[in-house]
Design a protein around this ligand. Structure first.
Ligand code: 5AD
Length: 421
């Protein structure tokens, strides 16, 4: 989501991106507030630009994203070298803000938005890119007790179907072969009687679009209509990111996740029934207030029962204004206990991911080639249908093509293989 917004920001100001902040006319720190660490990162990166502003007072320094939305005006008071604060829904207003600062030299806070122009700025698209994100929804209507997103991104607003299809088609015409639809709870997307499954079907009709992915799905919004579409539309990749957060029904209920462990497991079975080789990844929060040893054991038993392809796991972080931050005052799980639980879960996941990757050795995978591998220019990199990174020796002309690669090695975070000719 943040990567997508950063690309929209790049496009909104119609400027040439640079990797060297000293050469920049405008520096914008795009931020995330989901956990305290991310929020602190925003302040430390802003700190880095203080000397640039001192040496060149004409450089415009701004902050955007969730931290900007959360603290608004307070940021201008706290950070003297900051010129503007841009809220999560205000990206379309950026050009106006910049020219105002250039003209009047006045510091600005913009955290309001106009509903009609919410999706107006499309992201910067680097020529030759094979994959792209398309936003289908902003904000969130769920009220998970730990989560700051509704506060900083507002209620769910769904983008009209035709606009989504138009942006997708434009990207495909520029050479993109894989689209990832993004939204906080992407599969709750609906518009004028159309539901998420209909969106997938409509995207499946776009000529030359080879792959469709979407993230992040909310478990309770998985419907038969969605599962049927995933089964019927051949371009839909056989991988789903489906955050479960905990394996304990008590914790799930305190998190206000609106489903039980049994319901989640049953949903995975329904998905596997329709798409037998589907791989599932998830998110887990460890040390939610009140999480007992037994609750944690239930999370571990769920990890063992499902064997997720991969998982992102985090220690609970109390966020201002959330219900769970209030709970945390009485029921905090001690930091060392939470750390030990997190390590245990991550060690278990590491073994599972590694053994799943190893089990692909000998298989021939279809890979959409995205570009040179980061570590070795002779190697090229792409992802399998199941979202595993696969590196292999190849040539530049393969970028953008789907090729067959025989897997020779299974590593922790990727696969290696040989091109099948
Ligand atoms: N503390 C820890 N992790 C959190 N997440 C969201 N809010 C919090 C929080 N307060 C995690 C969830 C979510 C992922 C994007 O971040 O697991 O799925």
């Amino acid at each position: 989501m943040n990567e997508y917004d950063s690309d929209r920001i790049k496009n909104a100001i119609d400027a040439e991106p640079t990797d060297d902040p000293k050469k920049a006319d405008i520096i914008i720190v795009n931020t995330c507030a989901i956990r305290e660490k991310a929020d602190q990162k925003a302040f430390s990166s802003l700190g880095k630009y203080k000397s640039i502003k001192t040496n060149n007072p004409d450089t415009i320094v701004g902050i955007s994203g969730c931290v900007a939305q959360l603290y608004g005006n307070k940021l201008l008071k706290k950070i003297p070298h900051l010129d503007f604060v841009l809220g999560t829904r205000a990206i379309p207003k950026l050009p106006e803000i910049i020219s105002k600062i250039e003209r009047d030299k006045r510091r600005t806070v913009e955290t309001s938005y106009d509903l009609e122009e919410l999706f107006d700025v499309e992201p910067y698209h680097k020529e030759g890119r094979v994959t792209a994100f398309v936003s289908v929804q902003q904000g969130c209507n769920k009220r998970c007790s730990y989560c700051i997103v509704p506060q900083v991104r507002g209620d769910e607003v769904n983008r009209p179907l035709n606009d989504i299809l138009k942006e997708t088609t434009n990207l495909v015409n520029k050479g993109v072969r894989e689209i990832t639809f993004i939204g906080q709870t992407v599969n709750s997307w609906k518009e004028n009687g159309y539901k998420f499954g209909d969106l997938i079907r409509a995207a499946g009709d776009i000529e030359d679009l080879e792959r469709i992915r979407f993230t992040t799905s909310y478990p309770r919004d998985i419907t038969k209509r969605m599962i049927d579409a995933m089964k019927d539309v051949p371009q839909v990749c056989h991988h789903l990111h489906l955050p479960v957060q905990s394996g304990s029904n008590t914790v799930l209920s305190n998190m206000k996740r609106t489903y039980t462990r049994e319901w989640y497991v049953d949903t995975i079975l329904r998905l596997k029934d329709a798409v037998p080789d589907i791989t599932i990844s998830t998110d887990i929060i460890i040390g939610f207030p009140g999480e007992t040893h037994q609750d944690f054991e239930e999370t571990m038993s769920l990890m063992k029962e499902i064997e997720f392809e991969s998982s992102y796991s985090f220690k609970f972080s109390p966020r201002p204004g959330t219900v769970a931050a209030e709970y945390a005052e009485e029921k905090t799980v001690q930091a060392d206990i939470a750390s030990a639980r997190l390590s245990e879960l991550q060690a278990f996941q590491k073994d599972i991911t590694e053994s799943k990757n190893l089990s692909r050795v000998g298989h021939i995978e279809e890979v959409l080639v995205e570009g040179e591998s980061r570590n070795d220019p002779d190697f090229f990199s792409g992802r399998t249908d199941h979202n595993r990174i696969l590196n292999f020796k190849g040539t530049k002309d393969l970028v953008g093509k789907t090729v067959k690669v025989k897997v020779t090695e299974g590593l922790l975070n990727s696969l290696r293989g040989e091109l099948v000719v």
